[in-house]
Design a protein around this ligand. Structure first.
Ligand code: MN
Length: 246
């Protein structure tokens, strides 16, 4: 029997009711994307904050997934009437995972809500509802299929992201009503939507370990767009550092 020794990727999850029973929930597309890129996915449930250090030490990288709005109390704002469902326990666990990943030098890939919680955990703030607070914004909450690319993003050519995708303009899907407002001092913006300036991707100021946050959903595009597979492969490559033997 062959034993895999590929990077183990901890994937954040939420709780949703299945058959009326609260259950651990994660979109299977994330599992498929990590597997396709050569990683070994494990799903991290919403446990306790104390578990974050051990979870991160078990993993070679952390994938923060899409989902609920981030609670505005985390960035000292009152909830807007347009705030949607939040999940305080998830906010707290994911914040701890981010801090632990930074401490333990483990790469982070943060998608959609993942980008929001990444920015907030590292000291940034969010626009709570794009339509309300940015009236000239283009549509970021598409009604098209999740796998349809509906708006263009412009990518900074000096970024790691550009290095992976090799294109300064790409079309992506967009399923968010929140966006980064004040960017964390630990992050730099590397992609925007040109008409409204919304931040669509960020990277860590420090290059090592990789911290990459993206507002769109590459896991939904991977079956149509090979560059989105390349994105996951790049992340797995960053997680594939020699393991410490002690
Ligand atoms: Mn968007």
């Amino acid at each position: 029997m062959t034993v895999l020794n590929n990077p183990v990727i901890g994937i954040s999850s939420t709780i949703k009711k299945h058959n009326n029973t609260p259950s651990v929930d994660v979109n299977e597309k994330y599992i498929q994307a990590i597997t396709q890129a050569g990683g070994v996915p494990i799903v991290l449930p919403i446990g306790t904050e104390e578990m974050a250090e051990q979870w991160v030490s078990l993993c070679d990288g952390i994938l923060l997934t899409g989902g609920e709005d981030v609670g505005p109390y985390l960035y000292h704002a009152h909830p807007s009437p347009q705030i949607q469902k939040t999940n305080e326990k998830r906010d707290k666990i994911e914040s701890k995972l981010i801090i632990q990943a930074q401490n333990q030098k483990k790469p982070i890939l943060a998608i959609c809500r993942g980008l929001s919680i990444l920015n907030v955990a590292l000291g940034g703030t969010l626009i709570q509802d794009i339509n309300t607070y940015t009236p000239n914004a283009i549509n970021h909450n598409q009604q098209a299929a999740r796998s349809d690319a509906t708006h263009e993003v412009e990518i900074d050519e000096s970024s790691y992201l550009y290095n992976i995708l090799k294109r300064s303009k790409i079309r992506v899907n967009s399923m968010h009503h929140q966006a980064i407002d004040v960017l964390s001092p630990a992050l730099k913006k590397v992609a925007i939507t040109a008409p409204d300036g919304m931040i669509e991707a960020v990277e860590g100021i420090d290059e090592n370990p990789l911290v990459l946050g993206i507002q769109w959903h590459p896991e939904e595009l991977a079956s149509k767009d090979p560059s989105m597979v390349a994105l996951f492969q790049a992340f797995i490559g960053e997680c594939n550092q020699p393991k410490k033997t002690n």
